[in-house]
Write a protein that binds this ligand. Structure first.
Ligand code: 0WE
Length: 256
């Protein structure tokens, strides 16, 4: 029996076929979940329509800038009307202004700090609050994080601080929503070559560094992130909440 039979889900953060959100969405769909997708901006609209369309022409695809309360409200209103209830939510959204991911963290502007936290961390709180009334038979909320939340990764800068806020938010949300059988967890992924990683100077060297230093001597694949996403969404993870799961070929355990 598929792991997610009869469950409904919504996926935030597909930009193109290499997106981690797409890998997890495919795994959720393969396990029988019925999914809706959101997109941000006209540039990615067509990509999401093409990808999500593979699950059927009637797949729900909605615009959502996660920094806009009205757009979030509209998304969950539509989900309520079309699905009636919601079981799964994937948060795979992050942004910091490009110049904040170069140079010194100490130079982060107030505005770059605000934007990074609004898009990458507060959005999980806002989406969880909007999802709660629809998660009437329990739910699983999964957010994507990265090791830069807990250790200094050169140039990750304000994104590391925002991911730390995301991970802490995951714990507070898990406490609030636990009584409703809604679980909230993070997947801390090793580096993956996505649109978000493109153009980050030294990213290819970073992939090589992980290959050399991670216990498994390789990088994580999108498929493996999908499998972990499916596990966290499934009843097999029914007692797991508020956690950060490292899906990084073991990199995080190393001291040197
Ligand atoms: O969380 C991320 C990247 C998120 C991200 C990417 C961009 C690129 C384009 C957020 N904001 C922006 N803003 C842009 O203008 N990762 C885990 C991937 C990543 O990004 C890095 C990394 C790694 C790994 C940035 C510097 C150093 C390492």
């Amino acid at each position: 029996m598929p792991l997610l039979d009869g469950k409904t889900g919504i996926v935030f953060g597909v930009a193109n076929k290499r997106s981690i959100a797409w890998a997890i969405a495919q795994a959720w769909a393969r396990e029988g979940a019925k999914l809706a997708f959101t997109f941000q901006g006209e540039r990615v609209k067509e990509n999401v329509e093409e990808l999500a369309g593979t699950f059927g022409a009637d797949t729900l695809i909605l615009p959502c800038d996660v920094t806009k309360d009205a757009e979030i409200a509209n998304v969950f209103k539509t989900i309520g009307e079309r699905f009636g209830k919601l079981n799964l939510l994937l948060h795979s959204v992050a942004f910091a202004p490009k110049d904040a991911l170069e140079g010194r963290f100490v130079d982060t502007s107030r505005e770059a700090f605000r934007i990074a936290h609004d898009v990458s961390a507060y959005s999980l709180v806002a989406l969880s609050r909007a999802a709660e009334p629809l998660m009437t038979d329990g739910g699983s909320i999964v957010a994507m994080s990265y090791y830069g939340a807990e250790k200094v990764v050169p140039h990750y800068n304000v994104m590391g601080v925002a991911k730390a806020a995301l991970e802490a938010s995951t714990r507070y949300l898990a406490n609030d929503l636990g009584p409703k059988k809604i679980r909230v967890n993070c997947i801390s992924a090793g580096p993956v070559n996505t649109l978000a990683a493109r153009g980050i100077s030294g990213f290819m060297e970073m992939l090589k560094h992980y290959e050399e230093h991670a216990p498994l001597k390789r990088n994580v694949t999108p498929d493996e992130l999908g499998a972990t996403g499916a596990f966290l969404a499934s009843d097999g993870a029914a007692a797991i909440t508020g956690q950060v799961l490292y899906v990084d070929c073991g990199y995080q355990i190393m001291g040197m």
